[in-house]
Design a protein around this ligand. Structure first.
Ligand SMILES: C[S@@+](CC[C@H](N)C(=O)[O-])C[C@H]1O[C@@H](n2cnc3c(N)ncnc32)[C@H](O)[C@@H]1O
Length: 269
């Protein structure tokens, strides 16, 4: 059995600034983009509140704090790469959740135990794509999935952070839990080494479809890595149900943030 690790979550701002390969580039970008106007990558959030009026846009550009020219983007650093994530407040899946930080950190810090190099990896409920991007940088063949509403932002983040890199280019696909699994992800041709999931369990009505999906995707040899911030009694009920079907082991805990990371595999007959 793998021993449980107690890990602090990183200070993301410091991690982004410490990122060795990007520190210089980041500083150059900051001076170029100080007023938001010359920044090649500058694109304001497309929410109605600030997309509709050029005047409001102008005010927002002036208001942008000088430490970060991207008021709608977050910077992270994993596996020596700066990762820039575009967020939006209009969907749960367009924000980086704490489970994604925990899972990304775990994958980065435990590359020997969880070797993703050339492995087939599928992420469910990928959201902004941070975990999928980290898995790709660590060498995996990644398929990032989510509901249709989230796919555009997911694709944008994934392509911005992986294109022109010497890695397997990730794929983005629709996967609504429990829907069309046999048609879209037939077991005969879709065997994954790892299924990744972060903060997919919270107070929503699709917990049973999620459980069915996790169990469906876990074939012999598949490892499910699921990081979650535990908030509700239903989160623990979900864990219990999963443990009744798969072998579930606690891999790591992030006590300050109440996040637990589990590994699950199929039971042998
Ligand atoms: C709390 S967010 C977590 C996002 C990301 N994994 C993270 O940790 O930052 C939950 C994610 O699950 C996705 N989701 C919710 N219900 C879903 C469903 N029925 N089928 C597929 N994905 C779903 C949401 O679109 C969202 O991306």
């Amino acid at each position: 059995m793998i021993s449980t690790q107690h890990l602090p979550l990183p200070n993301e701002i410091q991690r982004a600034m410490d990122c060795p390969s990007k520190e210089k580039e980041h500083k150059e970008q900051q001076s170029e983009c100080q007023d938001g106007s010359n920044c090649p990558d500058y694109s304001p959030a497309t929410t109605e509140s600030n997309a509709e009026s050029p005047r409001i846009l102008k005010i927002l550009q002036k208001w942008i704090p000088s430490v970060s020219p991207y008021f709608d983007k977050e910077h992270y650093c994993y596996a020596d790469h700066q990762i820039t994530i575009q967020e939006s407040l209009d969907h749960f899946g367009a924000i980086v959740w704490p489970g994604a930080l925990a899972l990304s950190q775990y994958l980065e810090s435990n590359q020997q135990e969880i070797n993703l190099k050339d492995k087939e990896v599928l992420e469910i409920g990928a959201g902004t794509g941070l975990v999928s991007i980290v898995a790709s940088i660590l060498g995996a063949y990644v398929t990032a999935t989510d509901v249709p509403e989230v796919l555009e932002n997911l694709k944008l983040n994934i392509s911005r952070n992986t294109q022109n890199m010497n890695i397997h280019q990730p794929e983005v696909r629709k996967l609504v839990w429990e829907e069309d699994l046999n048609e879209d992800f037939p077991k005969s041709t879709h065997h994954y080494d790892f299924i990744l999931a972060s903060d997919v369990v919270y107070h929503h009505t699709s917990l049973d479809p999620l459980l069915t999906t996790m169990v469906y995707l876990c074939q012999p040899g598949t490892v499910l890595l699921w990081a979650n911030k535990f908030r509700f009694s239903t989160d623990f009920e979900f864990l219990e149900k999963l443990g009744n079907i798969l072998i579930v082991t606690l891999l790591a805990e992030f006590p300050e943030s109440n996040i637990k990371l589990f590994k699950a595999t199929v039971k042998e007959n």
